[in-house]
Design a protein around this ligand. Structure first.
Ligand code: BG6
Length: 499
């Protein structure tokens, strides 16, 4: 926990991420009294903006449902200042440092901690890490650096970034007693801050019945799905460099997979948890093209929504995938032979992220055609955990019906607020808890799984299959998923909680 005075410096403060995620999360913490007393937030970016202009940008994106919250936001803005400057100029950083020192004057003697949040494009990542280390590093307190993805384009570039950062900012906590912790990096994957992703450890390791069936003997296949309704509208330029595998699959979905598949950690200590995540990732061989479908969206069927290539910011003829399904295999005692099917795409028919664990057929079942059990963990929207089970259809017959044990959060926990992922993660940084951040060896293992296929797609210019904006994705998707043993229960079944 930070003691003394804390200043949060948001680099890239005028950008999209800062407006949409970082500042709203900081406001959430402020409103709930979770920012350390006296915290000042200083935004820094290249855009030359007056403080008033900067504040009105933040206001545009703030969700302020009533006057009381609006009043709190206006109070919050009093703690938010803004400085413009370049990312490669020492004199600009020195000006920023001066502003931080002025903010620190308001505190009593004691620690002067600085939390740097890099909401920046990767191209300026290293100069900024140098600039702040050289000009802004607090000698009198704790320094923490929050880094956003993308962490490279492949294994090699990610290692290069890591090597450039390592002498400046350390990865691990210094565990020696009496040695103050200094300059620690927190690599954000915001999916690790989502309530239902955090719940995975508890579902798995605090329930005896799941512990007993969480293996290849009982589980047939696992699907981790991320669907978005919107295309890349406006972000096409950025997206095209990366594609959906780098944007979502290699990080968010693989992080979820690692928690679904890991062994029980020795403790909840962050290194124990991350050790197990790395261990399971290292059991996954690189993905093969035979286990992949790539898609790119075209105009919607009614012609009202543009195709990916219609986006002016996308290079003509780009083969960048906006949809991918990939099956991963985990070569260990628990999971050998169980396909983990990751699916993600933009411009699809619905928005949802979920984990679907499908169990094996009931051996020697006397009830004909009984569908398989499924455990579904719905990450968003509408957090829920439900188990699809076969039940007697009430009445005089012995007919069966698919029903569910349903824990839908908005019913069960209607009084409780589900914090935003970024809020949860920034609070972890303030507390010095690394559990929900990506360690360097974890990142390395994740890149090893995807780098060969990414190179193959780039080098062989593999063309994605088209799917129309607003549909379920490439037509062959159902066949692909079925080829790994997934059995759809019935066309008619629909989870009643579906929104
Ligand atoms: C980001 C991706 O990391 O996650 C985006 O770059 C994606 O493309 C976003 O839209 C999804 O996050 P969330 O929290 O809205 O599901």
């Amino acid at each position: 926990q930070l003691t003394g005075l804390t200043t949060i410096i948001v680099l890239g403060a005028s950008g999209d991420l800062a407006k949409k995620k970082t500042y709203p999360a900081l406001f959430g913490l402020y409103r709930n009294g979770l920012l350390p007393e006296g915290t000042t937030i200083i935004g820094y970016a290249r855009s030359s903006l007056s403080l008033q202009e900067f504040h009105s940008r933040l206001l545009d994106f703030a969700k302020l449902p009533n006057d009381q919250i609006k009043g709190q936001f206006m109070e919050f803005l009093k703690h938010c200042t803004y400085i413009s400057g370049q990312y490669d100029k020492d004199e600009d950083y020195r000006r920023l440092n001066k502003a931080v020192e002025e903010a620190e004057l308001t505190g009593e003697d004691g620690n002067k901690n600085r939390v740097f949040y890099m909401a920046l494009p990767p191209s300026v990542f290293i100069p900024v890490a140098h600039g702040i280390k050289k000009n802004l590093y607090s000698a009198k307190g704790i320094n923490r650096l929050i880094v956003e993805k993308p962490f490279g384009m492949d294994l090699e570039s990610s290692r290069k970034l890591g090597r450039a950062l390592a002498p400046l900012w350390k990865e691990e906590e210094v565990c020696l007693p009496f040695v103050p912790e200094k300059g620690i990096t927190y690599r954000i994957d915001h999916y690790l801050g989502k309530e239902m992703v955090k719940n995975l450890l508890i579902i798995r390791f605090a329930n005896v019945f799941f512990g007993a069936i969480w293996n290849r003997q009982s589980i047939s296949n696992v699907q981790i799905t991320f669907k978005e309704k919107i295309g890349t509208e406006g972000r096409g330029g950025y997206f095209d460099e990366f594609g959906i595998i780098r944007d979502v699959m290699q990080n968010h979905l693989l992080q979820i997979l690692s928690i679904v598949a890991m062994e029980r950690p020795l403790s909840l200590n962050s290194e124990d948890v991350r050790d197990e995540k790395v261990r399971v990732l290292r059991c996954i061989p690189p993905v093969k093209m035979d286990d992949v479908i790539l898609g790119q969206y075209t105009k919607s069927e009614d012609g009202t929504k543009p195709g990916y290539l219609d986006d002016k910011t996308v290079p003509p003829g780009s083969n960048c995938p906006t949809f991918a399904a990939a099956t991963l295999w985990i070569n260990n005692e628990r999971w050998e032979g169980v396909p983990f099917i990751l699916k993600c795409g933009k411009a699809l028919n619905e928005q949802k992220t979920e984990i679907r664990v499908q169990f094996q057929n009931v051996p020697g079942n006397v009830f004909k055609n009984a569908p398989r059990n499924e455990l579904v963990i719905r990450v968003q929207p509408g957090e829920a955990v439900y188990m699809k089970m076969t039940n007697k259809l009430p009445g005089l017959s012995m007919d069966t019906v698919i029903s569910e044990l349903d824990l839908t959060y908005h019913r069960r926990f209607s009084e409780l607020n589900i914090p935003d992922a970024y809020e949860a993660l920034i609070l972890d940084v303030l507390k010095g808890d690394h559990s929900n951040f990506v360690r360097n060896d974890e990142l390395d293992a994740a890149w090893k799984v995807f780098t060969p296929i990414l190179h193959q797609i780039d080098n062989e210019k593999i063309n994605p299959v088209p799917y129309a904006y607003g549909t379920r994705g490439p037509e062959k998707l159902d066949e692909f998923v079925a080829s790994y043993g997934f059995k759809r229960a019935s066309e008619e079944y629909n989870w009643p909680g579906r929104q």
